[in-house]
Design a protein around this ligand. Structure first.
Ligand code: XMP
Length: 516
């Protein structure tokens, strides 16, 4: 087993919207990458023993006051550096070149001419398409550097230092619109920087198992499993690392989808031998939710009861020092924890967000280095079934925020039935994996219908399906009308209590994905 964090890439973040994309593209080439703040010190950077540094783009201008800087010492080490957009500007400025705005930006597609063949940009990339997004440009190349590519608009598209140890592009090789962007990054990683390609799911699992065993010793670890992919993968890794000392619990709040709790237990317990218990807490939840219609109040009740239930379950176990949870890398970056200093996969003595203050666990977050698609690859390697791995996201409050108005057992049962038909049909029509999230919503409106010779007066059901990359923005999914028609017919004909179906065509913004 080789340490996957050695021989990778440190990306210094100057605020580009594409910084995470750089990290992902590098990881797709099986090289470990980590994003640090642009002002990380050389010591912070070297803690990861990187073989390359990448300077991201960013919204600032290098010639303005308070423009973000890097630690100048990075230029004193013999590690190849690639600057992208703002990264090119800052390298140019620090090496005696000059950067200006000519008043005319370059946005979107451009073609490049290769003016000097290098291992980074070989001459067969001549005339290929790249993606530009900049106002400033290099107007004087540093003395010891040369231009290696120009854009079709006459702008310096790429340049290199004499020893090829510093490279920079005005365009963005990390975006898919740059035709040979991946090839360029590959050239940089392997031909220029000799990075290690050891970022693979099996290597990751082996290393985590090793770290967890060393950390945990003889203690027990509690794992809260939600039914989704992240916590299921955590449960499976913990099981592989410490067997029955990992105690997984799935709290059923009565607001899960039909069969969801049992499916998850089955996959983990019967499929992988994970020590997991289903805790049916639905009476506690539903009792407090009775007659509540305000969405915020519902969330609060569900959140608080979750804490009480969790606390009472945890108190039943002895020697329970640790809690493992499925925090992912984007959460770590957003919270700022991953920025600026070398943080470790296992943190200790941490107060767990959302849990009571007096509940002290040491926290284990085995997925805190991973993006979602990487979690799925690890899940597959661990043997989780595809159905669980590819499941759409599901909110913590569950169907509680999809039953508009009052939550009753009867209304939960109606929604569970309708939602199951909807999701099963998306799967059988081969559309499920095209959609980021799909679900049904029970609307507290009754409408008149006719079935056979009978007048009906039943509930209205909303169907929602969206495409998205991260849930922050979303578009409604253009569902083929014949599929919508089949789904609507099936639901109205087989779910007692629903006689009309609508399809939600609101994007986010202005809507949200959930209805409450
Ligand atoms: P919205 O409705 O805010 O949803 O556009 C964006 C994504 O977040 C999920 N979501 C939640 N997840 N607890 C969660 O764990 C919540 O309270 C919650 N509310 C929304 C939603 O399903 C979507 O994927």
């Amino acid at each position: 087993m080789s340490d996957y964090t050695n021989g990778g890439v440190i990306i210094l973040d100057f605020g580009s919207q594409y910084t995470q994309l750089i990290a992902r593209k590098i990881r797709e080439l099986n090289v470990f990458s980590r994003i640090l703040s642009h002002d990380a010190t050389l010591n912070d950077i070297m803690a990861y023993k990187p073989k390359a540094i990448i300077l991201s783009g960013g919204p600032s201008s290098v010639y303005k006051q308070n423009a973000p800087e890097y630690d100048n010492d990075i230029l004193t080490v013999d590690i190849p550096i690639l600057g992208i957009c703002y990264g090119l500007h800052i390298l140019a400025q620090h090496s005696g070149g000059s950067v200006k705005s000519t008043g005319q930006g370059e946005y979107g597609y451009a073609k490049i001419s290769i003016t000097k063949n290098t291992e980074f940009l070989q001459s067969d990339l001549n005339g290929s398409q790249v993606w530009m997004s900049h106002m400033d440009q290099v107007i004087k190349v540093p003395d010891s550097w040369s231009i290696i590519a120009e854009s079709s608009n006459g702008v310096v598209a790429a340049m290199a230092s004499g020893d090829l140890n510093r490279l920079a592009t005005q365009f963005h090789p990390e975006v898919s619109h740059t035709e040979y962007g991946k090839k360029m990054l590959e050239n940089f990683l392997f031909k220029i920087a000799s990075c290690n390609a050891n970022w693979t799911p099996d290597n990751f699992i082996d290393q985590q198992v090793d770290l967890i065993r060393k950390e945990v010793g003889n203690s027990n670890v509690l794992i809260g499993v939600s039914g989704g992919v992240d916590s299921s993968v955590v449960a499976a890794i913990m099981n592989r690392a410490i067997g029955d000392k990992a105690k997984s619990v799935l709290i059923d709040h009565g607001l899960m989808r039909k069969n969801e709790a049992l499916d998850c237990i089955h996959a983990l317990k019967d499929g992988l031998g994970v020590n997991i218990h289903l805790e049916d807490e639905s009476d506690n939840f539903l009792e407090q939710l009775s007659h509540i219609t305000d969405p915020e109040q519902k969330r609060k009740i569900i959140g608080n009861q979750f804490i009480y239930s969790f606390e009472s379950i945890a108190s039943r176990f002895d020697n329970m020092e640790y809690l493992a949870q499925g925090t992912l890398y984007p959460d770590v970056i957003e919270s700022g924890i991953g920025h600026g200093k070398a943080s470790h996969v296992i943190k200790s003595h941490h107060n767990v967000g959302g849990l009571p203050k007096n509940m002290k666990f040491k926290l284990i977050e085995p997925l805190r280095e991973l993006f979602k698609d990487e979690v799925r690859k690890v899940g597959k390697e661990l043997g989780l079934p595809d159905k669980l791995i590819n499941r759409h996201p599901f909110p913590g409050p569950g169907l509680g925020v999809r039953i508009i108005g009052e939550i009753t057992s009867e209304r939960i049962a109606i929604l569970q039935e309708a939602d199951k038909i909807y999701i099963d049909m998306l799967e059988s029509e081969g559309l499920y994996d095209e959609i980021w999230q799909a679900f049904a919503v029970l609307i507290p409106v009754q409408t008149v219908g006719v079935m056979g010779d009978q007048r009906t007066y039943e509930n209205l059901l909303g169907l929602r399906a969206v495409t998205s990359t991260d849930g922050m923005t979303a578009d409604w999914y253009r569902m083929p009308p014949d599929v919508l028609s089949k789904i609507s017919n099936r639901i109205v004909n087989s779910v007692k209590g629903i006689n009309r179906v609508t399809y939600d065509i609101t994007s986010k913004p202005p809507g949200t994905i959930e209805w409450e």
